[in-house]
Design a protein around this ligand. Structure first.
Ligand SMILES: [Zn+2]
Length: 189
């Protein structure tokens, strides 16, 4: 009887181990999936639906020169294509601003529309806004509305991130905004 009980207990322990192991492997796989959506300057690309990502990609039309540079990276998936385009826009904005921070690692979060972006903002800051995109200094994250995206919108928010990483002392808000507007205007030069 004791022998039998011990065997059952051992079997249960082994089942538990297998379950735990399966959970661990799932966690590792999930982690790998997140890690895959990163690039030279972007540490995480997050989206709720692949439709949003396609919409974002369709609306992010680059200039012919920038597009050729992005295509040279031979992206194979929609995530790789979006990341390749974002990296190229980041490099162009760095040239426009003449600022090359060496610690750029931005999180990019793609939401469906401006209502979703404004909703996230309202939830965090308790302020009613109508934003198509914004850069959160504290989270080092850019939120984009896929529906409203354009190269100018992307350049503007990326400029905020670059300025934020470049200066040790954060410039005044108006200067921050001025530099972002400058990048937005000249990204297509
Ligand atoms: Zn701005």
């Amino acid at each position: 009887m004791t022998e039998r009980t011990t065997r059952i207990a051992a079997g249960a322990t082994s089942r538990l181990c297998r379950l735990l192991l399966a959970g661990l492997i799932c966690l590792l796989l999930a982690d790998t999936a997140v890690a895959a959506y990163r690039s030279r300057y972007i540490n995480r690309l997050i989206y709720n639906s692949v439709e949003d990502l396609h919409e974002f990609n369709d609306n992010l039309t680059l200039t012919r020169q920038l597009s050729a540079m992005a295509n040279r990276k031979s992206p194979a998936t929609i995530e790789e294509e979006v990341l390749a385009k974002l990296d190229i826009v980041i490099e162009k904005v760095e040239v426009v601003l003449d600022m090359f921070p060496n610690n750029l690692a931005i999180t990019v979060r793609i939401l469906a529309d401006r209502a979703a972006v404004s909703g996230v903002y309202r939830q965090k800051y308790n302020r009613k806004v109508d934003y198509v995109a914004y850069y959160s200094l504290s989270e080092n994250t850019i939120y984009f509305s896929a529906y409203d995206t354009s190269i100018r919108v992307v350049a503007h928010e990326i400029a905020h991130a670059i300025v934020d990483h470049f200066f040790e002392v954060r410039p005044p808000y108006n200067m921050h905004e001025l530099m972002a507007q400058f990048a937005e205007k000249h990204v297509t030069d």
